[in-house]
Design a protein around this ligand. Structure first.
Ligand code: NDP
Ligand code: HSE
Length: 440
């Protein structure tokens, strides 16, 4: 049989990794796919740049449209990143009847509904395993492996750069900016690294996971997003004193009122496996009604781990090239005409427990005021710690852990506490999740 001819848009970290894996494992991959896979053309901005992969058999162009318009090419691999140009290229490839593989979570989270509709109309596939959690085959696991379940919730560490930064800050006491620069050098970070540290990248990925878990359209603009840039060393230490670790989690949970879709730093009990996922590793915990909790772990970023997922998609596409488009696994796991209109909950309607840290003037009656405000909103305290300030004799840090409460009640309580004359600055709030089998 003739080889399948593919074209790669972008020869950076993931593009080069993909060429390396395809060439190193060519024989095994062909045995799996049933056909040899040949990279015939690739694009990059700078033709003079040295590439981290062999390129002598690949025609390299500066014009990515030359690839999507190349009649020889059956499958286009989009590894440029960004949204606008990538969308134009992917839609053009689809219009030209080509299948697409992409690692671009921003593209899928924001324009996926339109892209999948276009692909369905044209009878081509758009595969995106590498878009979530790097090398972990989490899309396949949820979309196919858990197809018999009603998924109740999922929670994941889904940004490798952020987890790398948090781990190095905690274990080596390293500076935030230094670790971020290292993550960029290692090829983990996004072109705009604020996407990693402010939670946007994780929200893109969570949007995709929620869609395939619950059979809802992609709704990135409804996700609640908070990053890791405000976490201090003291919060990491206090969390540890209470038996927790701070992890940046993406959480999607189905409730009777709607779907929670939220990305934020979270205190997780240190005995949970996911609390011990360190460095660039990612992990996603998925609770299905039949299977119970399941955990998926692996490298969340980097050239070859991501290439592993890209190549798996290429093999999937090649295996199904000749199947009837109506009999393929649907892009978003559920049949396109069977998506549900479950609403996404506003963050103020979400219920969680909280870690609160505040700087107080150390005098009688201060704690009574704080506990009165919490009590008036029916917020019950689970634990409390007071630490003398290292910088001033008359102030102290107070850390409070609460039981679960609706976020809008906590917002109101925090506003009232911050207005007390005895409270200095803002109250730091980090949500706590137990990630129990049972989540009330
Ligand atoms: P890189 O920046 O390393 O590579 C991007 C490639 O695209 C480069 O070859 C670059 O050319 C080319 N390119 C960029 N912009 C343009 C443009 N405007 N026109 C033409 N070519 C362009 O990115 P990554 O490989 O890290 O990421 C690629 C995609 O994979 C992104 O969507 C990213 O989110 C996703 N991803 C990345 C992971 C990682 O660990 N890095 C993991 C999972 C997903 P040149 O080299 O000449 O500059
Ligand atoms: N910048 C992303 C991360 C790449 O660090 O997780 C993988 O999607």
């Amino acid at each position: 049989m003739k080889p399948v001819r593919i074209g790669i848009l972008g020869l950076g970290t993931v593009g080069s990794g993909t060429v390396n894996v395809l060439s190193r494992n060519a024989k095994e991959i062909a045995r799996r796919a049933g056909r040899e896979i040949k990279v015939v053309q690739a694009s990059a901005r700078d033709l003079k740049k040295e590439r981290a992969c062999p390129t002598k058999d690949i025609k390299i162009t500066q014009d990515p449209f030359a690839i999507v318009d190349n009649p020889e090419i059956e499958v286009v691999i989009e590894l440029i990143g960004g949204v606008d140009l990538a969308k134009e290229l992917v839609l053009k490839a689809i219009a030209n009847g080509k299948h697409v593989v992409t690692a671009n979570k921003a593209l899928i989270a924001i324009h996926g509904n339109e892209i999948f509709q276009a692909a369905q109309n044209k009878g081509v596939m758009v595969a995106f395993e590498a878009a979530v959690a790097g090398g972990i085959p989490i899309i396949k696991a949820i979309r196919e492996g858990l197809a018999g379940n009603s998924i109740e919730w999922l929670a994941g560490i889904i940004n490798g750069t952020g987890n790398y930064i948090l781990t190095e800050m905690r274990d080596a006491g390293r500076d935030f900016a230094d670790v971020l620069a290292e993550a960029q050098k290692l090829g983990y970070a996004e072109a705009d690294p604020t996407f990693d540290v402010e939670g946007v990248d994780a929200a893109h990925k969570l949007t995709i996971l929620a869609a395939i878990a619950f059979g809802i359209p992609l709704q990135f603009d409804r996700a609640y997003i908070e990053g890791i840039s405000k976490i201090t060393e003291s919060d990491v230490e206090y969390a540890q004193a209470f038996g927790y670790r701070i992890k940046h989690l993406g959480i999607a949970r189905r409730t009777e009122q709607g779907v929670e879709l939220r990305v934020h730093p979270t205190l997780v009990p240190e005995r949970r496996l996911i609390a011990n996922v360190d460095g660039v590793m990612n992990a996603v915990l998925v609770k299905g009604d039949a299977v119970g909790p399941t955990l998926y772990y692996g490298a969340g970023a980097g050239a070859e781990p991501t290439a592993s997922a890209v190549v798996a998609d290429i093999v999937d596409v090649v295996r199904t090239l000749t199947t009837d488009p109506n009999n393929r696994v649907p892009h978003l796991a559920f049949q396109p005409d069977a998506l549900s209109d479950l609403p996404i909950l506003k963050m103020e309607d979400v219920k969680t427990s909280y870690y609160l840290r505040m700087q107080v003037i150390d005098k009688p009656g201060v704690m009574a005021d704080v506990t009165r405000i919490l009590g008036a909103r029916k917020i019950s305290i689970e634990a409390m710690l007071q630490k003398e300030s290292e910088v001033s004799d008359d102030s102290a840090s107070v850390i409070i852990l609460t039981h679960r409460v609706i976020e809008k009640n906590m917002n109101a309580a925090i506003t009232e506490i911050e207005a007390l004359a005895t409270i200095q600055g803002e109250v730091t709030r980090i949500r706590i999740e137990q990630l129990n089998k049972e989540w009330d």
